[in-house]
Design a protein around this ligand. Structure first.
Ligand code: ATP
Length: 301
């Protein structure tokens, strides 16, 4: 439903998006990941016709955004939740959008209910919190009941209840057969929400793969083990195994399963107080994969 082919954007000397090709399928939530400055927002702006591509194409449902006869019915997007007139009420903001796009007024009440803003719909948006503005932006995206939804950092400013709500909304929109593309830097939430991932770094495609495959392919399986004799266990495990200390009596072992570590320790008579396989995380996989394409980085101990 969203197709990006050879998409490139140059700002002077900066190659913000570099020959990017990917597709976003219906019935799935696709996570759009990349370090700061990777080119995510620039890509989304080009898909939505807000920025002209230097070369390449981006289409939604087979057409460039500019050629959509009814854009809000083709694609709903939340890019910048601040882009609302502060003197307008949420109700009038949505009503103006509906009128301008030939949508029935009844949709306004429906989407306000969907995002939980009915009670505050008569307030000026200038008085809204960031989380309320995010919800209003999502209401606007849903107004035309589009088959394609694009959300740039929709979790910004949302409280824990709001984050869980977004997760449910995205999953439901995908289950209804829509294509949902969402960017976020919150990896734990992305891991719970997305089925598929598009990862970019310095404007280039780094990965286009299923969530599970991505985590498995880019993370190392580790086992945490606690013992009163860490030095003895370490000597035992040394050959071919990567072992590092974690606290006074803990070791993190990669390259062996928990059962193998347990068996080796038992055979040598080394007492264990804990033996825990560590689940590989999206965060770790993402950081390992994009380490070389991070532009702005502080040293992390
Ligand atoms: N209007 C512009 N003029 C010049 N350079 C720009 C412009 N917009 C973006 N860039 C540059 O293009 C690159 C990609 O920026 P973009 O905002 O698309 O990244 P991003 O992946 O969305 O980052 P973040 O995660 O920080 O939001 C950056 O180097 C940025 O400085």
């Amino acid at each position: 439903m969203i197709e990006v082919r050879g998409l490139t954007k140059r700002y002077g000397d900066v190659l913000a998006v570099d020959d990017l090709t990917f597709a976003v399928r219906t019935g799935e939530v696709t996570g759009f990941l990349g370090p700061n400055g990777a080119g995510k927002s620039t890509t989304l702006r080009m898909v939505l016709g807000l920025d002209a591509a230097t070369s390449g194409t981006a289409t939604v449902g087979g057409r460039p955004y500019a050629d959509q006869p009814a854009p809000l019915k083709a694609v709903g997007a939340l890019l910048d939740a601040g882009a609302v007139l502060p003197s307008r009420t949420a109700y009038h903001h949505l009503l103006a959008l509906a009128a301008g796009n030939g949508l029935p007024r009844g949709r306004v009440a429906e989407v306000l209910a969907e995002v939980g803003l009915e009670k505050v719909a008569g307030r000026r948006t200038g008085t809204y919190s960031l989380g309320m503005r995010q919800r209003l932006g999502i209401a606007a995206a849903l107004l035309g009941d589009p088959p394609v939804l694009i959300f740039d950092e929709p979790l910004n400013g949302l409280d824990p209840e709001g984050i869980v709500w977004i997760r449910g909304l995205m999953r439901r929109m995908a289950a209804e057969g829509r294509a949902v593309l969402m960017s976020s830097h919150l990896m734990s939430e992305m891991a719970l929400t997305a089925d598929h991932l598009i990862v970019i770094g310095r404007g280039r495609l780094v990965a286009d793969t299923g969530m599970k495959d991505f985590i498995e392919a880019h993370s190392v399986r580790e086992v945490f083990v606690r013992t009163p004799r860490p030095a003895a266990l370490r000597r035992l495990l040394a050959a071919g195994t990567d072992v590092r200390a974690d606290g006074a009596d803990g070791l993190v072992v990669s390259g062996l399963e928990a059962a193998e570590v347990g068996a080796l320790a038992a055979a040598a008579g080394i007492e264990l107080h804990e033996l825990t396989p560590r689940q590989p995380s999206l965060e770790q996989a993402f950081m390992d994969l994009t380490r070389d394409s991070v532009e702005y980085q502080a040293e992390v101990a």
